[in-house]
Ligand binder design. Structure first.
Ligand code: BGC
Length: 559
């Protein structure tokens, strides 16, 4: 395993909302350059940059119209080259977002495919004839509605996400080689890896059969589109032709990631990817259809959280694959609002959650603003910017017969806009993000929650994150060492040991907003070396942990 790169702290930037430099209210690449010292001070080793390629921005960059150029809204290629260099000067690598399952409908390939039915580009996409005056099959699109877009006559093209995001035909070797060439182009420029968007959906069932034939309505085609065997063939080929030639971090993102699929895609000896994201924690409060499936009423429990967390840790360890540990990203609610208490215990819970990310086995990921505990914002319906939110609002009503008031409530809670409010740098006008009104609503709590204020407070979430990451980085065992859960039946406290051949540490996190009683074995007591709240009591056999208290404890002997 390439230890150094796997030990990175990865920080995700969603460029539109990170920092504006040219006074148009939209974040940009030069804005990121101006904050590199800040990122270095946080101990960031790698930036995962959500897409900056040319795009009509229907899905804010996840619909690419030119893979070899920069979105003019975000900057120029010169800006980007400077970003790579200046980040490198600070020991930071840039990881780009490879959106290779689909292109924008504005991409040259799609335009040519549409202009001429005989064009070789026609086979770059998945055009199919309709059936009985309807779509070719009953697959549901991931943003709601049919997965097919009508192009002309009775001809359709597959668009699993927005109708403007057209799925590529990975069965066509030309498509695969185009993508590999694009990857070489950026890696040669000096980027240090890729996060691969919905990479487990690149292989679709070749016959495009109906899902649940005979059932009414569009059906979620899970096994027909996700983690199919051909994905391994494509990733092995990509590894051989591209990834194996550069030293980088190659991360997969995919729907419905199971442990078995993670082992297939990023097992130590599989020669595909380095690591995967899993979504079980992100979807802990949702029904089987995903984020907007409210049938679980968005309820979840600490034992469920612990179980998902521990099961993934143990499975990855036992089966020798590597995972990315995260709680937030540009598609999910803010972690402190989702799993913590963003009011009474804002500071405590934000720190507790960051501890759970940094001390798990695997590579840790933080999302912009998480290091200061940025929170969700209750957007009004007319303020939604996210395509998914707007679309799902209609779909919940028309397909699932949800009344409008409830659909609005559900979308408000889960819209990706929550994660996309501008980073709160200071209490100046527009939070120091821009000098003009930002493109998306700013969270008014920026006057209290901001980087500048937290820089001055030694006990802030920001300074805690720095200390915690320094501690993590001081010992390889926190990233690579053995993970051993303890107190598995405790209903409030997550506890585990991290150890190597010489030393052992204990991590304890009260995940609730109540004091919690702990009973520990003698051998688990030791010296507390990191703590997120003031509790003067040393770690003893029987004690009370404060709400959201988290500690890292050095054990006196290896156990
Ligand atoms: C990305 C989303 C995007 C979707 C389609 C996801 O996994 O994270 O932001 O909308 O892929 O590209």
């Amino acid at each position: 395993m390439r230890k150094k790169i796997m030990n990175s702290l990865v920080y995700q930037i969603w460029p539109r909302s990170f920092q504006d430099s040219n006074h148009d209210g939209i974040g940009d690449i030069n804005g990121i350059r101006s904050r590199l010292d800040y990122l270095a001070s946080l101990g960031v080793d790698m930036i995962w940059l959500s897409p900056v390629f040319t795009s009509p921005d229907v899905d804010f960059g996840y619909d690419i119209s030119d893979y070899r150029d920069i979105n003019p809204v975000l900057g120029t290629m010169e800006d980007f080259d400077l970003l790579i260099q200046e980040a490198k000067d600070r020991g930071i690598g840039i990881m780009m977002d490879l959106v290779a399952n689909h292109t924008s409908d504005q991409h040259e390939w799609f335009k040519k495919a549409m202009e001429d039915k005989k064009s070789p580009y026609r086979d770059y996409y998945l055009f199919r004839k309709g059936k009985n005056g309807k779509e070719p099959n009953n697959w549901l699109g991931l943003f709601g509605g049919s997965a097919w877009r009508k192009v002309e006559g009775d001809e359709y093209v597959l668009t699993l996400w927005a109708p403007q995001q057209i799925d590529l035909n990975w069965r066509n070797p030309k498509v695969r080689h185009e993508i590999y060439e694009i990857m070489h182009f950026w890696l040669k420029k000096g980027i240090k890896g890729f996060r691969m968007d919905v990479i487990n959906a690149i292989g679709k069932h070749p016959d495009f059969p109906d899902k649940n034939p005979g059932k009414k309505g569009y059906q979620f085609a899970d096994d027909l589109i996700v983690s199919r065997p051909e994905v391994d063939d494509y990733l092995k080929e990509m590894h051989e032709e591209v990834l194996s030639k550069y030293d980088g971090l190659y991360l997969g993102e995919g729907m419905l990631m199971t442990k078995e699929a993670a082992k297939r895609f990023c097992g130590e000896t599989t020669n595909e990817l380095d690591l995967m994201f899993q979504f079980e924690l992100a979807l802990i409060d949702c029904g089987p259809l995903g984020k907007f499936d409210f049938r679980k009423l968005y309820r979840w429990s600490i034992p469920e959280f612990k179980k998902i967390y521990i099961d993934w840790q143990l499975d990855a360890q036992k089966n020798h694959y590597w995972i990315a540990n995260y709680l937030s990203n540009h598609d999910q609610q803010r972690a402190v609002s989702h799993y913590g208490d963003d009011k009474k215990y804002h500071k405590e819970s934000a720190k507790a959650l960051i501890t759970s990310i940094l001390f798990a086995r695997g590579t840790p990921f933080l999302y912009q603003g998480e290091e200061i505990g940025m929170t969700d914002l209750a957007f009004e319906r007319e303020e939604w910017q996210d395509f998914e939110a707007k679309n799902i609002y209609g779909q919940l009503q028309s397909m699932m017969h949800v009344p409008a008031f409830l659909a609005e409530k559900i979308v408000k809670r889960k819209t990706r806009d929550n994660a996309r409010t501008p980073v709160q740098w200071s209490d100046n006008a527009y939070a120091g993000f821009s000098t003009v009104k930002p493109w998306i609503k700013l969270n008014p709590n920026y006057q209290k929650i901001n980087v500048e204020a937290q820089e001055k407070d030694p006990n802030s979430i920001l300074n805690f994150t720095r200390r915690a990451n320094l501690l993590r980085k001081s010992k390889d065992l926190f990233t690579f060492g053995i993970f051993e859960p303890i107190l598995q039946d405790h209903r409030e406290i997550l506890g585990f040991i991290r150890k190597d051949d010489n030393e052992a540490y204990l991590v304890l996190i009260n995940l609730t907003n109540k004091p919690s009683t702990l009973e520990l074995k003698e051998e688990w007591c030791g010296e507390t070396i990191l703590q997120n709240v003031y509790n003067p009591q040393p770690l003893v056999k029987k004690m009370v942990f404060m709400p959201f208290e988290a500690r890292v404890v050095k054990l006196s002997q290896r156990i």
